[in-house]
Design a binder for this molecule. Sequence first.
Ligand SMILES: C[S@@+](CC[C@H](N)C(=O)[O-])C[C@H]1O[C@@H](n2cnc3c(N)ncnc32)[C@H](O)[C@@H]1O
Length: 233
Amino acid sequence: MGNDYMCMRYKATIPPSYNAPDVRAAVIADWTEKSIRATHIGIQGHGLSTLPIVMLETAAEYFCNWLQCGHQYTVLEVFSGNCVASSLFVDAVNRYETASVKWIATDICDYPSRVMRPNMTFDKLHAADAVAKYGPHTDILLMISPPISTLLSQQKFADYYACYDFIEIWRAGLAPKYLVFVGEIGGADGSWGMYDYLFRNEHLRLVLRAVIDTRVDLLNNEYYEELIVFEIV
Ligand SMILES: C[S@@+](CC[C@H](N)C(=O)[O-])C[C@H]1O[C@@H](n2cnc3c(N)ncnc32)[C@H](O)[C@@H]1O
């Protein structure tokens, strides 16, 4: 990951104080539909996906190859947006025919351009509420291009609380449960600090890491879009 700038991005840590109930409540209270919609309507409102289709197809292929033959999975997707990316994944699973999925897409906004598939449902919920409602019945928590969190943004650490809560539900569980992340963890996608949080987490075991694209930012730093799968242990 090259130079100091990139290292800083990936070494950022999420302050432990973010789990204090009052801090958490204040962060979540700041997730307002109106401001989040304003940030995302340009892409999500126009029937587009955040990542190019070709990259999503590569990610979906890795995902399908990773799913176990004959299994039926319940997938909870947070940050599903208009479900263009979700539908592409569902189509890929249906095409592969080796495993089947019940797909629960959720987002704090319901975009008018939302597309659906027969084995999908959509529920308009913020990420923490989605995990509280569906997490106990979910095998895979999926995040495709979770919202980037800057200090000023109003969607801060939504990926962190979704993962944290899902791990809390399942870390003592008997059946295997997974976190699947598509994008640039803790960089262009998701909150700064997520890379450190996920890769140093004693309750997570990395089971798959596949590069779906290599990119170069404005400062000429190379970075990777990936599909990453963790098992909760
Ligand atoms: C970058 S878009 C990704 C959408 C879709 N997964 C895709 O790949 O095109 C991030 C999405 O997260 C949603 N979002 C942002 N903050 C959220 C929160 N706190 N809870 C739930 N959804 C949120 C936005 O509405 C937006 O649809």
